[in-house]
Every structure is written in structure tokens, then in C-alpha cells.
Write a protein that binds this ligand. Structure first.
Ligand code: 4AD
Length: 554
């Protein structure tokens, strides 16, 4: 019978341990286990080092019993480990074989199939039973056993595509990544009852080509615009973020809104014009002007095309423009941009009441057309499920009554004091009031002093102007408009009051000289009306590449 030595402090539990006094095991259980692994048939005698006596002593009966139990556990563990090792080796072999066969699969088009009709995704929904080819970006990618599902996006819509058989197994398919571009060939099939996918169809892919493989790993699309990232990082990656569901939906609604606005203007017989953006006049106060050096002369980026629209009345009749306006806004708010798309109109020979009705028609009808649009309508529902289309007539609220309302509701002005006639109703108070009232409001008849130089005074109360702000719940002001001073002397007094040098305005003043007329107009912030329509927290979400102080890229 052999002897094995165990010393807890310095021993080593390894199969190569000799078990001598110089090279003892650490535990009795392992010493037994090691001896059995060496196929020793008789149980060795175990000697355990006793620190208190400084010598090896034969193991006690109870400790030996415990060691045998421990040895059984070690044996079981060893068997399990061996099994796992074997399984791992098998799996590796299988994977290697799979990879080899995947590498060997070449994706080829079956020439005997009918020629594929090139189609955009939106048109493919009506091509059930036909073989088509669609090109686009991989929006979603998922594999389920031996089938790969791709949601393809081409800007016109989304389609679910199914790759099975060799197509799903090929290495080329396994290497596909989100945002890669592909051309998929296959047959459009109707989805079975109970299943849902865009257009109610699926593309059964029989062949495909990779157009551009997007990176995976560190540089992958989802890493670049990870959900919950800092908004400023997402703005740096705006070119990629625009591919996301919500932003692209807002941009589609935006396109539909501009189309609808143009349609209403067409129905109302307004002519579209495109005034210059580089100007030498201000419209809405000097403090938000973007100055520029124009070949050595001082010039500005336009704040509003209003003055130019006024000059078009005598030439073209009622006119509108949809173009960029610029405001050097110092404050960071959720509804201010440095550059925004301004929808502006100017109409001749009308009363203030006519103007209000016209604005109502424009807003009600253009929203109606957006909701009726087959693409934008469902997107508005998706983005803003509780949206209720506005109905005319909108609530009319005079500025002086708004001041009373604010006082009654204990809402304070910017100085934290009770509102008084003449105060500007700043963003916070305006939003509180609008959200509480909860419906679109025409806030009218603002005091002369808090409005621009060109606004016409009310004939029944010269302290106030024929002016209007349209206020929408959750956003506040989306539109500002007014009747314009049409009398030359009154206009000159307006310039004087605001301290504006009139030299640069000779062409604007001439409108009062060469056949003046009662007229009025307004401007709508496209991003503001969209924020209301699409329920976005900030107008930044409604601009393609938003500009605000500190951000002029990408
Ligand atoms: O009220 P505002 O300053 O009016 C004018 O510019 C007039 N001259 C327009 C006209 O009568 N033709 O601006 C009109 C609208 C606002 O109601 C708001 O919706 C939007 O333009 N707006 C802004 N939108 C985003 N960022 C800003 N910094 C904006 N400033 C005004």
C-alpha cells in the first residue's frame, strides 16, 4: 500500500503532484482522486501535516470518510468536464464544416425564373404573385433557425423579406449588416391571416446582390446612434439618425405638410414667389439679425420675407413664399431655431377679420390634406395618436383678455410679477395659458409697443394693433401675423418709434406711394406647426439639420 502526504498550507492539488513529503497534496480528497486517476487499485495510506505538532500523522477515520466523499465529487466533476470538452469540440467541428459549406454556397440567379420587374417598395404591395426586384437599405435583420428575415427600406416604404434554404446559409448572407444596401429578387406573397407586415405582403427572396456592405462591430450603425445617447451626439450623427423611424416619419409629414400648404394656396389663388435671403432691412427687430459682410457692405440674412411679399401685391396679387428665415436667437429653447422654414403669405384688399379667416382656412385645410395623405396620414397617427384635427372657427382671445386670464390664474410675468397691460406674454406664460385652454387660439390685438413697426393700429383702440398670434397646445405660438400700416405718414412714425433708419426701406415705403391698399399677412414656422402635428418635444426634431446657437453641423 502506497503512502501519500497532504499539507494544506503548501501542497498542490494537481495530477502531477508526487504526494511525497517534499511534494504533498493540498487536500486529502484530491490525493485519493489523483491516486485513482493513476489506476491504483488499492487505496493509499494518507498522512496529513499537523502544524501544531510540526509532523505528518495518519489521517483520522472521520477525515478519511470525508475525503472519500470529496473524491467521489471530484470524479463526477471530471466526467462532466470531459463531456463538455467533447461537446465543444464537436460544435467547433460542426461550425467549421458549416462555414466551409457556407463559403462554398454561391448565390446565383435561377435563369429559368421569370424576369424580375424593378419596383419601388411602395409599389410592390400591389404586385402579389409577381417576381420583382427591390433595392434598399437593411432596416432590420433577424434570423430564426434556418430563415433570415430582412425588413428592407427604400424611403418609399418598408417590406419584409424572407431568405431561406441556401440563401439563408450562405456566408455572404451571414455577413450582412444593418444599413447595408442590397437588391433583392423574389416573389411578392400575401401574408397569411393573423400576420402583419408593411403592405400586408412579404417578399420571398430567390436571389440577391449586395450593393454596399455597411460595417459591423465597433463601427456598426447601431453603435453610432445608440438609443438614449446624448442629444448632442445624436445631432453630430444627424445624417445617420435621419434613417431612424421617428425622424424619417417627421420628415415625410413635413413634406406632406408643405405640399398641402401649397395646395391650399393654389386653391386660394395665391402665387408663389421666392424673395432674396440676403437683405439690408430688418423686419422683426435688430437684436436677432444675422449680420454678414456683403462685398464690403453690411447685410443680413433675412428674418422674414414679409417686406418683399408686400412689394409683390401690386404685381402678382396675393402671394406666398416658403423659404428659410434666420434669427440670431441667443436663448436655447425648445421652439427656437437659428434657421427655420418660414411659410409666409401676404394678401391685399382685405380686413383683419378676412385675414383671420384665411389663416383658419389654411391651417384647417392643410392639416386635413396631411391626414388624408396615404403616407403622411398614418404617420401622424403613429407619432401623435391623440391628435385631433382643428376645426374652424378658432377661439378668439384679445390680448387684454389674456392679461386678465393670466392674472386670474395667478400666472406671473417675466419679472415674477402680476401681468399688466403692455407686458410681453413670454414663452412660459403663453404655454401655460395655451395648454390650460387646450384648443387653438387666435390671440389678437397686441399693444403697439410690443409689436413691430409695420403693424396697423385698431381704429377703435389705437393703443393696440390688428395683430394675431396663433397658439397651439404643447407648442404655443406657431404663427404671427397682422394687418400692415398702409398710410405713408403712419408708417414713417412707426419707423421713427423703433429708431429705424428709413434709407434702406425706400422700395418698401414706395408701396404706400404708388397705389397703397389695405393688406395683411402672416408667417408660420414650419417646424413649430410640425412639432404640434407630430407631437415632438422640440422644433429641432422637425428640421432636417437643425441650426441653433452652438450648432452649425453637419
Ligand atoms: O412672429 P414672427 O417673428 O413674424 C414675422 O416674422 C412676420 N414678419 C411674418 C409675416 O407676417 N410675414 O415669426 C412668424 C413665425 C412665428 O410664429 C414662429 O412660428 C416662427 O415664425 N418663428 C420661429 N420658428 C423657429 N425658430 C425661431 N427662432 C422662430 N422665430 C419665429
Amino acid at each position: 500500500m502506497s503512502s501519500l502526504y497532504i499539507k494544506e498550507a503548501t501542497g498542490v492539488d494537481e495530477l502531477t503532484t508526487a504526494g511525497s513529503q517534499d511534494h504533498p497534496f493540498k487536500t486529502p480528497a484530491y490525493a485519493l482522486f489523483a491516486s485513482q486517476q493513476k489506476s491504483d487499485t488499492t487505496e493509499p495510506k494518507l498522512f496529513v501535516f499537523k502544524t501544531e505538532d510540526n509532523e505528518y500523522q495518519e489521517i483520522s477515520a472521520s477525515a478519511l470518510k470525508k475525503a472519500r466523499k470529496g473524491c467521489d465529487g471530484l470524479k463526477k466533476k471530471a466526467v462532466k468536464q470531459k463531456e463538455q470538452e467533447l461537446k465543444k469540440q464537436q460544435k467547433e467541428a460542426e461550425n467549421a464544416a458549416k462555414q466551409l459549406s457556407a463559403l462554398n454556397i454561391t448565390i446565383k440567379e435561377d435563369e429559368s425564373l421569370p424576369a424580375a420587374i424593378k419596383t419601388r417598395i411602395y409599389d410592390s404591395y400591389s404586385k402579389v404573385g409577381q417576381r420583382v426586384k427591390v433595392s434598399g437599405w437593411i432596416h432590420r435583420l433577424r434570423s430564426n433557425k434556418k430563415v433570415i428575415f430582412i425588413v428592407l427600406r427604400d424611403g418609399s416604404g418598408f417590406i419584409q423579406c424572407v431568405l431561406s434554404g441556401d440563401l439563408a446559409l450562405a456566408q455572404q448572407t451571414l455577413d450582412l449588416t444593418l444599413e447595408s444596401t442590397v437588391t433583392l429578387y423574389g416573389t411578392i406573397v400575401k401574408l397569411p391571416e393573423g400576420k402583419t407586415a408593411p403592405g400586408g405582403v412579404e417578399l420571398n427572396v430567390d436571389y440577391y446582390e449586395v450593393v454596399g456592405l455597411a460595417p459591423g462591430g465597433e463601427d456598426s450603425f447601431t453603435n453610432k446612434i445608440a438609443e438614449g445617447s446624448d442629444p448632442s451626439l445624436l445631432l453630430d450623427q444627424r445624417h445617420l439618425a435621419l434613417r431612424g423611424d421617428a425622424l424619417s416619419a417627421v420628415m415625410k409629414v413635413r413634406a406632406a405638410l408643405l405640399k398641402s400648404v401649397r395646395r391650399v394656396y393654389d386653391e386660394e389663388h395665391l402665387t408663389e414667389v421666392t424673395p432674396p435671403c440676403m437683405v439690408q432691412t430688418q423686419v422683426e427687430g435688430g437684436s436677432t439679425l444675422f449680420k454678414m459682410n456683403y462685398y464690403g457692405e453690411e447685410a443680413y440674412l433675412t428674418q422674414s420675407s414679409q417686406l418683399y411679399l408686400e412689394t409683390c401685391l401690386a404685381s402678382l396679387g396675393d402671394v406666398y413664399t416658403i423659404q428659410e428665415s434666420f434669427r440670431a436667437e441667443k436663448s436655447h429653447t425648445r421652439r427656437h431655431l437659428s434657421e427655420y422654414t418660414h411659410i409666409e403669405a401676404e394678401l391685399a384688399f382685405l380686413t383683419f377679420d378676412d385675414l383671420l379667416q384665411h389663416i383658419e382656412t389654411l391651417i384647417v385645410k392643410s392639416v386635413q390634406y396631411v391626414l388624408e395623405d396615404p403616407i403622411a396620414g398614418p404617420l401622424v397617427k403613429q407619432l401623435n395618436p391623440n391628435f385631433k384635427a382643428p376645426k374652424a372657427p378658432f377661439m378668439r382671445l384679445e390680448y387684454k383678455d389674456a392679461i386678465t386670464w393670466l392674472k386670474e390664474h395667478d400666472i406671473k410675468n417675466e419679472e415674477g410679477e402680476e401681468f399688466k397691460f403692455g407686458d410681453d406674454i413670454a414663452e412660459a406664460a403663453e404655454r401655460k395659458m395655451t395648454d390650460t385652454i387646450g384648443v387653438p387660439i387666435f390671440l389678437t390685438r397686441f399693444p403697439v409697443e410690443i409689436k413691430s413697426f409695420y403693424m396697423k393700429r385698431c381704429s377703435d383702440d389705437p393703443r393696440v394693433t390688428e395683430s394675431v398670434d396663433v397658439l397651439m397646445p404643447n407648442v404655443g405660438e406657431i404663427t404671427g401675423g397682422s394687418m400692415r400700416i398702409d398710410d405713408m405718414n403712419e408708417l414713417m412714425a412707426g419707423f421713427k418709434r423703433e429708431g429705424i433708419d428709413t434709407d434702406a426701406y425706400y422700395w418698401f415705403i414706395d408701396q404706400r406711394k404708388y397705389g397703397t391698399c389695405p393688406h395683411g399677412g402672416y408667417g408660420i414656422g414650419t417646424e413649430r406647426i410640425l412639432a404640434w402635428l407630430c407631437d415632438r418635444f422640440t422644433v429641432r426634431d422637425c428640421s432636417l439639420y437643425p441650426r441653433f446657437s452652438g450648432r452649425c453641423k453637419p
